[in-house]
Design a protein around this ligand. Structure first.
Ligand SMILES: Cc1cc2nc3c(=O)[nH]c(=O)nc-3n(C[C@H](O)[C@H](O)[C@H](O)COP(=O)(O)OP(=O)(O)OC[C@H]3O[C@@H](n4cnc5c(N)ncnc54)[C@H](O)[C@@H]3O)c2cc1C
Length: 337
């Protein structure tokens, strides 16, 4: 659906940013009965959000109880949407491998001493069985993970937002104070740019390069988070497979690198041999909005003299994984501001 210019430029809340964080937040605010204007400086879908892999899995963020709760909320929401047939959202099998310290293949009755910090967010998480070892990857976890085809899902989010009465405006702003003309409450959800809009110098790009190939019939997501040669994951979607990847801190370059692409292909094919010879479709590159201190989700009553701001940015490699949980929390803060 093509966004229409808003009839009135005034709203109860203005959300700066139309990526996964801005759109989910805007929808939660609408559900509370607020009128909401989303302002973005680029035509949607937002570039970073549209290249995300995008599998539910916390990456590049600091562990903590709050994040586990938000990740759990998002898991539940995406699982519900998958069951309801929301376009682009599926729930499918996922294995995350690690090398066992002593290379012993664990049996499923082994004590779960190394459970991931986010384990409580995932129903049905279990340790891999002996027969599920994959080459040198002899330990790890199995669970069902929500997976999102982002271009399809972002389109659905925009359509849903507009159909529910939301307003959309394409305009670049240089400071959050400029957004105060539209509403008495501002949400800062501008991704990597959020820091420069509010004077936070710590925001850093973390470059991610992917390879998309045709799907030779795969269904299970595979991931080796601590692969010595770099991030490695194989995420099947309906017709293609997302192969990753890289996690390059402070690198801004958006051009795909050929050597990196062939290294990704070879790591992923070692993990999933059925990928051999799959036709390559494209080489997406994106910049994760990384904040070393972690996600910033808080009220900021002091940034502007008369307009309160709520920040919701810095989701690094977990913007999809945390989206609905952070949106719900932001809307809760807005309702009490
Ligand atoms: C290769 C790669 C793979 C990834 N895989 C996963 C994954 O598997 N799972 C997962 O959870 N996450 C993943 N991520 C991370 C995820 O993509 C991000 O965390 C998420 O997209 C961030 O969303 P956002 O809405 O904060 O930012 P963005 O998508 O960047 O949106 C920012 C918005 O702000 C607007 N904006 C910016 N500046 C201005 C301005 N000055 N004025 C007005 N508007 C402005 C933009 O127009 C845009 O609409 C991946 C990222 C990459 C790059």
């Amino acid at each position: 659906m093509k966004p229409q210019p808003p009839k009135s430029m005034k709203a109860d809340v203005v959300v700066v940013g139309g990526g996964i964080i801005g759109l989910t937040t805007a929808i939660r605010l609408l559900e509370l009965g607020a009128s909401v204007l989303v302002v973005t400086d680029e035509a949607l879908p937002a570039r970073t959000s549209s290249v995300a892999a995008a599998v539910w899995y916390p990456t590049g963020v600091r562990p903590g109880h709050d994040l586990t709760v938000r990740a759990a909320d998002t898991y539940a929401e995406l699982a519900r949407q998958a069951a309801d047939g929301v376009p682009g959202v599926t729930l499918g099998p996922c294995r995350t491998y690690t090398a066992a310290p002593d290379s012993a293949v664990p049996d499923s009755a082994a004590p779960d001493t190394a459970r991931p910090w986010w384990a409580s967010a995932v129903p049905g998480l279990r340790r891999l069985r002996t027969d599920e070892a994959n080459g040198p990857w002899t330990d790890g976890w199995s669970f069902d993970a929500p997976t999102v085809d982002m271009p399809v899902y972002l389109d659905w989010l925009v359509t849903h937002f507009l159909a529910a009465g939301g307003l959309l405006h394409h305009r670049r702003i240089n400071h959050l104070s400029q957004a105060a003309v539209w509403a008495p409450l501002i949400v800062n959800a501008a991704g990597l740019a959020a820091g420069s809009l509010c004077g936070d110098p710590t925001m850093t790009p973390v470059r991610g390069q992917l390879v998309l190939v045709s799907n030779p019939g795969l269904r299970t997501s595979l991931r080796v988070q601590d692969h010595p040669e770099g991030f490695t994951y194989v995420h099947p979607r309906r017709t293609d497979v997302v192969l990753g990847g890289t996690f390059e801190v402070d690198r801004w370059d958006l051009s795909p690198d050929a050597t990196t692409a062939s290294a990704i292909l070879s790591r992923c094919t070692a993990l999933e041999p059925r990928l051999a010879g799959a036709p390559v479709l494209s080489h997406p590159v994106g910049l994760r909005p990384h904040r070393p201190a972690g996600v910033r989700l808080e009220r900021d009553p002091h940034l502007l003299p008369a307009t309160p701001v709520i920040h919701n940015y810095g989701h690094s490699g977990s913007g999809v994984t945390l989206s609905w949980g952070c949106a719900t929390e932001t809307a809760r803060l807005a309702a009490t501001t």
